[in-house]
Structures are given as structure tokens and as C-alpha cells.
Ligand binder design. Structure first.
Ligand code: KIV
Length: 288
């Protein structure tokens, strides 16, 4: 286990006050979460983007609560000293308050998450309040909200007109007033990210919301070059895992076909003295 100090919600608030930026990524599996904790990541989101990044769905909509819980459990096991946020999937909170509370509770109770995130502004304030009343730390998520991308006209940047920016500012204040402790802004212009960050007391993080937010979140599959379908404008690729892995697999297949793999060093040796006995057994007719 690493000796990294796990941040709590109070630490995230202090970081905002001190002007210290927070770095987080999504993680969906044990090895990636282990790498992230070793890299000193401040927070991890087990995003419902796992639907697209891990399961190959076209959107996040089909993702189920059980899938989110399994992946959150794996991430928690791998990164015990990192603040982990569970992401509430489509239809796990929209239709009823009791359902929202029960499902949020599963992230805490079954998966050991530190907080939950849910998409939406004013229209989900009752759900935010109900989950907070159960003692759970809540992160709001506004701007481009992939679960409602149908209503938004696709995966498009939001708040690019004064009118739509005003609605997002109202949503941000409503989420803070409801008691949420964190806010995530997705795909909005930096000027709007700056305004909301500077005018809210709670930490405001961005994914594609410019450079002025209290921290940055990116999808791990984007930044390591693993997700192939598309790359949003706000992503910076830090390596190309797809290329590295494809080349390695091609080389392996070539070597197997050419008989270049395996070599002596990949083979087990018979125990001392057993080879002679083995040969004698074969000379006597093997298994007959
Ligand atoms: O599911 C996810 O990874 C997210 C991010 C896009 C913010 O919600």
C-alpha cells in the first residue's frame, strides 16, 4: 500500500482557498487505478463513460448501476488512498427520490466511494438534497451532460451564448445552495468557467471548461490514447497506448508464427534427475 495521504472533502475546500489546483482522471479498473494512485492523482471518477471506454456502447445511456458498482469496487481496492467519486448512471436517480438515495448509498456502502456525482442543474435539486440528507458527499455536474445529450443536440459545448451561460450560472448557484460540496463543469468556454469558479464557495472542477477552474478532470482512455472513436477538443494525449499495445500484439503474433517465441528462457526445466527417468520411460513405450 502507498503512503499517499488521502484527501477528504475538507482538504479539497482548503485547496480552493489556497489556490492549489486538483488533478483527477476517470478510472474503471484495478490496474489503471493503481497507476493513478502511484502517480499521486488527487481524485478518481469511476465515470459512466465506462460504457463507451470499456464496454464499447455508443453512449453512456445503457450503463447499469451494477456495472458502476463492480468497477467502483475494483478502483477502490486499487487506490485506497485516493478520493474516489462514483458516477450515477442514467435512470439511477431521475425517476424517484428514494431510488436516487438508495443508488447513491450503494456507491458508499458496497463500493467504498467517497462521493457521488450526478448530472443536471435545477431540475435535480430534490435528488441532490435527498442524497445529502443521507449523509453522502455530492458532486454536481453541469454543462455538457452526456446522459441528456439527446436534448442538448449531441455531445456539444454548452454555455456559448449569453442566455445559455446565464442558465448554467443559475444551475451552479442552485447546486451550491442545495448543499452539494463539489461541482464539475463540462465543455463550456473558459470565461464561464472562470465566473462560476470565482463566484462559488465550493470547489469547481472542469473537463473542457478552461484553465481557471479549481482543478481538471480528463477521461483516462483519452489521455493515454486508448479510446479510438473520437477525441474531444479539450483532450491532450499524453501517450499512445493503442499504438504501443497494437505493435506489441502484432510482434507477438509474428514471433509465434515464425517460431521465434517461445525461447529457452520462457520454458520450464524438468526437476533434477527426472529427465533421465522421463527418457527411460519413453524408451519403455511411454504411456503403454
Ligand atoms: O462519465 C464520465 O466520465 C463523466 C465525465 C465525462 C465528466 O461524467
Amino acid at each position: 500500500m502507498s503512503d499517499k495521504k488521502k484527501l477528504m472533502i475538507q482538504d479539497l475546500k482548503k485547496k480552493k482557498t489556497k489556490g492549489e489546483k486538483v488533478a483527477w482522471i476517470t478510472a474503471y479498473d484495478y490496474p489503471t487505478a493503481q497507476f493513478a494512485e502511484a502517480a499521486g492523482m488527487d481524485m478518481l471518477l469511476v465515470g459512466d463513460s465506462l460504457g463507451m471506454c470499456v464496454y464499447g456502447y455508443e453512449s453512456t445511456v445503457p450503463v447499469t448501476m451494477d456495472q458502476c458498482i463492480y468497477h467502483s469496487e475494483a478502483v477502490r481496492r486499487a487506490a485506497p488512498n485516493t478520493f474516489v467519486v462514483g458516477d450515477m448512471p442514467f435512470m439511477s436517480y431521475q425517476s424517484a427520490l428514494f431510488k436516487a438515495v438508495e443508488n447513491a448509498g450503494r456507491f458508499i456502502k458496497e463500493a467504498g466511494c467517497d462521493a457521488i456525482k450526478l448530472e443536471g442543474g435545477k431540475r435535480i435539486i430534490p435528488q441532490i438534497k435527498a442524497i445529502l440528507d443521507a449523509g453522502i458527499v455530492v458532486c454536481g455536474h453541469i454543462g455538457l451532460t452526456p446522459q441528456s445529450s439527446g436534448q442538448l443536440g449531441g455531445h456539444k459545448a454548452q454555455g456559448r451564448t449569453a442566455d445559455s451561460a446565464k442558465l448554467l450560472i443559475e444551475d451552479a448557484f442552485a447546486i451550491q445552495e442545495a448543499g452539494a460540496q463539489l461541482l464539475l463543469l463540462e465543455a463550456v468556454p473558459p470565461e464561464l468557467g472562470k465566473y462560476i469558479t470565482e463566484n462559488l464557495d465550493i470547489p469547481v472542477y472542469g473537463i473542457g471548461a478552461g484553465m481557471y477552474t479549481n482543478g481538471q478532470l480528463l477521461i483516462v482512455s483519452d489521455i493515454i490514447g486508448q479510446f479510438q472513436a473520437f477525441t474531444p477538443k479539450f483532450v491532450k494525449k499524453y501517450c499512445n497506448v493503442a499504438e504501443v499495445v497494437t505493435n506489441a500484439l502484432k510482434q507477438y503474433a509474428d514471433e509465434v508464427r515464425e517460431g521465434a517465441f517461445p525461447k529457452e528462457e520462457h520454458c520450464y526445466k524438468m526437476l533434477k534427475g527426472e529427465f533421465d527417468k522421463f527418457k527411460a520411460m519413453l524408451d519403455e513405450g511411454g504411456k503403454e
